[in-house]
Write a protein that binds this ligand. Structure first.
Ligand code: FAD
Length: 369
C-alpha cells in the first residue's frame, strides 16, 4: 500500500486543528429546513455562524442550489440517517483500532453536551432525542454537569447530553495512524503532487509530480483538492470548501472537561489533553484557508463572553481550514466508472467523526476487486 501525500506530513490540511469532536450522536447535515431563512438573517449580522460571499463562480452557484435542495425535510432526514449509520460504524471501528494499540492522539470519552440558548430550538431538538443515548437537561443541570458553563447558565434554555461521544486530536490521530501503517513492510509513503489522467481500458493513470506511479487500485481521498484531481477523468465532484476557524490554548482549571457545542453560536469546545480547542463558523465563498483576522476576532469575543475564566483567548493559536463539503453533507464513498478508482471524499463538517466508518466502506470495496 502506498500513501501519496503532497505535504511533508499527514493531516496538515483540513484535518489539522479541527474541532476535535467525535460527535457520533449529533450528525445532522448542515442543510436543513429553516437554514436558508436563518442564513439570510445571519448574513446581516457580524460574527454570525454562517457568512456568505457570492462570487461569479458557476461552481459556487451549482453547489448552493444543491444545498438549497438538500434543505428539504426528506433529503435532510435521509442524510441524517445515512450519517448516523456511518458515525456509529465509525465509533465501533475506532474502538477496535484503539484496542489494537492505536494511541497518542488525546482520545477521551467525556460525552458531549449540546447547549441551546433558544427555547424553540431546544424544544425542536428534544423531539428528535434518542433516549437510550441522549439525556435532556435544564439550564441548571447543564451547569452542574459542566461547571465551565455556570457564567452563561442564565442564558441557556437547556441542553442534550450524549455520554458516549468522544474527543481527540485529529492531526495527532493522522500521525499515529501513519506510524502504525509505516510499521508494515508492505507500506510506503511517496511525497509529491498527485494527478490522475485517463488511461487504456477505463483505467486511470496516477502521476506523482508528472511521473507515472504503478497503482492497481487508487483511493482518491485528497479532501477539497479531490475535485480538481478527479476532473481530468470527467468526474465532476460536488465538493465546495466551507471555511472554518479554530483557536487552541492551554486548558486551565476553568476550561470545560466535557465536549460542548454552543448550538446557537455553532461553536464547539473540546479539551484535548492539556489544551482547549474551540472551532466554529462556516464561510461560504472563501477562496482559500488564509486566516481572516475579523472572523478570528469574532471567535475570540464569543469565547470570552461564554467562558470568561477559560481564557486568555487573545493569545490562543488561530487556525483556518476548508471543510470539503457536499451539498447534502453525505460523503461520497463509492467506485467510479474508472475500473481502478474509488472515491472517499466530501466529509464536510464531520470528517474526523466519519473517517474510520468510511475507511471501513473503502476496505470492503477494495476486497471486491
Ligand atoms: C474549523 C473546522 C472544524 C472542524 N471540526 C470538526 C470536528 O469537530 N469533528 C469532525 O468530525 N470534523 C470536523 N471538521 C471536519 C474535518 O476536519 C474534515 O472533514 C476532514 O479534515 C477532511 O479530511 P480529508 O482527509 O478529506 O481532507 P484533508 O484533511 O484536507 O486532507 C487532504 C489531504 O490530501 C492531500 N492532498 C491534496 N491534494 C493532493 C495532491 N494533489 N497530491 C497529494 N496529496 C494531496 C493534502 O495535503 C492533505 O493531506 C472540522 C473542519 C473545520 C475546517
Amino acid at each position: 500500500m502506498t500513501l501519496v501525500e503532497r505535504q511533508a506530513g499527514v493531516g496538515r490540511a483540513a484535518s489539522f486543528a479541527n474541532g476535535g469532536q467525535l460527535s457520533y450522536r449529533y450528525v445532522a447535515p448542515l442543510a436543513a429546513p429553516g437554514v436558508p431563512r436563518q442564513a439570510i438573517a445571519w448574513a446581516l449580522r457580524p460574527g454570525a455562524p454562517i457568512s456568505l460571499r457570492p462570487r461569479l463562480d458557476p461552481h459556487q452557484w451549482r453547489w448552493m442550489a444543491g444545498f438549497l435542495r438538500a434543505c428539504r425535510k426528506t433529503t435532510h432526514d435521509r442524510g441524517a440517517r445515512i450519517l448516523l449509520g456511518i458515525a456509529l460504524d465509525s465509533q465501533r471501528e475506532l474502538t477496535t483500532w484503539r484496542k489494537e494499540g492505536l494511541d497518542e492522539f488525546a482520545w477521551r470519552q467525556p460525552g458531549k453536551l449540546i447547549a441551546y440558548r433558544n427555547g424553540a430550538g431546544f424544544r425542536k431538538a428534544l423531539a428528535a432525542i434518542d433516549p437510550d443515548h441522549q439525556r435532556p437537561l435544564d439550564a441548571a443541570e447543564c451547569a452542574a454537569l459542566e461547571p465551565a458553563l455556570t457564567p452563561v447558565a442564565g442564558q441557556l434554555a437547556g441542553g442534550i447530553f450524549a455520554p458516549g461521544d468522544e474527543v481527540a486530536d485529529c492531526h495527532a490521530f493522522c500521525t499515529a495512524l501513519l506510524d502504525r501503517m509505516a510499521s508494515s513492510p508492505r507500506f510506503r509513503t511517496l511525497h509529491g503532487t498527485a494527478t490522475l489522467a485517463p488511461g487504456a481500458s477505463r483505467r486511470a493513470v496516477l502521476r506523482l509530480d508528472g511521473r507515472p506511479v504503478d497503482a492497481a487500485q487508487i483511493v482518491l481521498a485528497a479532501g477539497l483538492d479531490s475535485r480538481s484531481i478527479a476532473a481530468p477523468l470527467g468526474l465532476r465532484l460536488p465538493l465546495y470548501g466551507l471555511k472554518g476557524y479554530s483557536l487552541t490554548l492551554p486548558a486551565n482549571a476553568a476550561a470545560p472537561r466535557i465536549s460542548v457545542t454552543d448550538y446557537d453560536r455553532r461553536i464547539v469546545y473540546a479539551r484535548l489533553d492539556d489544551r482547549l480547542r474551540l472551532a466554529a463558523m462556516v464561510d461560504i465563498g472563501a477562496r482559500d484557508d488564509a486566516l481572516d483576522s475579523k472572523r478570528i476576532a469574532q471567535l475570540r469575543a464569543h469565547a470570552k463572553a461564554t467562558l470568561p475564566e477559560a481564557g486568555p483567548f487573545e493569545t490562543a493559536e488561530p487556525w483556518a481550514g476548508m471543510r470539503p463539503a457536499t451539498p447534502d453533507g453525505v460523503p461520497i464513498v463509492c467506485p467510479t466508472s474508472w475500473n481502478n478508482v474509488i472515491l472517499n471524499v466530501g466529509h464536510g463538517a464531520l470528517g474526523f467523526t466519519l473517517a474510520p466508518g468510511t475507511a471501513a466502506i473503502v476496505r470492503s470495496l477494495l476486497q471486491r476487486f
